[in-house]
Design a protein. Structure first.
Length: 416
């Protein structure tokens, strides 16, 4: 069969294989030197090295990779991409050591972003979110999860999720929407958390009816939603057919990771304060331990115990946690570099955690997350000596070209 596109002259191709890799098997990366990738109908037709002529016809487009390395498109499985305004006014408080939960309790943090997200128009929010999406995409991210959670009322939560839908329609990226009305208790429900929880539990049916979200998430944390709140809310979401996720054990260990395992959640996210018992439990499950090192870096907090999780045989993914309060950065490659230095993950583990395992986290590892025959041709070409160099030379963008479903969308560090 002849290809529509052949990308050739790839110095080295690096990819994990699916549907996921757990524990030390995350180091199992396939490498192909002097590689080529043949693409047919947006899907990978063949991967090989040397002679590609058997896949070539007069109509085949040939693309010279110019000796760059190739990886799968990155998958960012935890972002809060859609929000109004910014929170630089809180930056000095963070520098001076004011705890994150104290800022939230004083009406700042998430609640300040809620006010700005409620106020911004749909058109302005779409433009702002699209700019952030393309910035994130420039680092090689081709698939990402996007949460709501800065509306905390049905109208604005729907607005956020409709933005995600619009971005899916108007950009080349694949966005997976998550409803997170349980991000905080809004000001109008202050002191009446149970009533708010009842309200958003009722809203789940409307979100499902409109088909606006694939997943439902909750912030299980001290002074936000406790273990029982989270169990009740996520159980209802699961009954309605949503996939479920949980912000777990970020600041205080409340057993959120164990709850995620009990409910068969797709992921438990953050886990900086996870206890040893739940490390064992999540390591023996198919719930993904989704770690967000940029958040620890920005908040000057302890890092998640990645080595314990990986050595315990967990499925580990890594994400940016892009958000205005605790990870205001689209630099996905910097997050990967922090994971190497602070989580003590190998470059091979980081690549697996940001591709096939992140795709498994989102339920799309059958179509993206690795360079394998039959999968979408989401390919990143990087100006790097090898895989290790991407994470060694930190703070810069190594991406040169990006293909999304076999279409060149980014060339020589510019979207086209």
């Amino acid at each position: 069969m002849h290809a529509d596109l052949i990308i050739y002259n790839i110095k080295t191709l690096y990819t994990p294989h699916g549907p996921y890799q757990r524990g030390r098997n995350m180091n199992n990366i396939v490498t192909v030197d002097n590689a080529f990738i043949a693409v047919k109908d947006k899907l990978i037709l063949h991967i090989g090295n040397g002679d590609y002529s058997m896949f070539q016809s007069n109509e085949t487009l040939l693309y010279d990779a110019r000796g760059l390395i190739a990886t799968p498109g990155f998958v960012d499985s935890h972002t809060h991409l859609v929000f109004g305004g910014s929170r630089e006014a809180e930056f000095s408080k963070k520098i001076n050591g004011v705890p994150y939960l104290d800022i939230l309790a004083s009406g700042g943090g998430i609640l300040s972003t809620v006010a700005m997200t409620r106020a911004i128009s749909f058109e302005s929010l779409l433009r702002k979110s699209m700019g952030s999406l393309y910035e994130l995409g420039s680092y090689g991210v081709t698939t990402l999860e996007v949460k709501s959670g800065y509306g905390l009322n049905l109208e604005t939560e729907i607005k956020q999720l409709e933005i995600v839908k619009a971005l899916n329609e108007q950009t080349p990226f694949l966005l997976i929407p998550t409803y997170m009305g349980a991000h905080a208790v809004p000001t109008e429900y202050k002191g009446n958390k149970d009533k708010y929880l009842q309200s958003i539990t009722k809203d789940l049916s409307e979100i499902k009816k409109r088909d606006l979200a694939s997943f439902v998430d909750i912030f299980c944390e001290d002074s936000v939603f406790n273990y029982e709140d989270s169990k009740q809310f996520l159980t209802k979401a699961k009954e309605l057919g949503f996939g479920i996720k949980i912000h777990a054990d970020e600041i205080v260990s409340l057993g959120g990771a164990g709850l995620a395992v009990d409910l068969e959640a797709s992921s438990a996210d953050h886990l900086m304060a996870i206890n040893d018992e739940d490390i064992i439990r999540i390591s023996q499950s198919n719930t993904v331990a989704n770690l967000l090192p940029s958040t620890s870096f920005y908040l000057n907090k302890d890092y998640a115990p990645a080595r314990k999780l990986i050595d315990g045989n967990a499925i580990v993914s890594l994400s940016s946690d892009l958000n205005p309060g605790s990870a205001p950065s689209e630099n996905f490659q910097l997050m990967c570099q922090i994971a190497c230095n602070k989580l003590r993950m190998t470059p091979q583990e980081v690549l697996t955690a940001t591709t096939i395992n992140a795709a498994f986290n989102l339920g799309v590892s059958d179509i993206v997350g690795s360079l394998e025959v039959g999968k979408k041709a989401d390919i990143v070409l990087m100006d790097s000596l090898n895989l290790e160099y991407i994470f060694y030379h930190f703070g810069v963008n190594h991406t040169k070209d990006i293909f999304k479903e076999g279409t060149l969308i980014y060339q020589n560090r510019r979207f086209i």
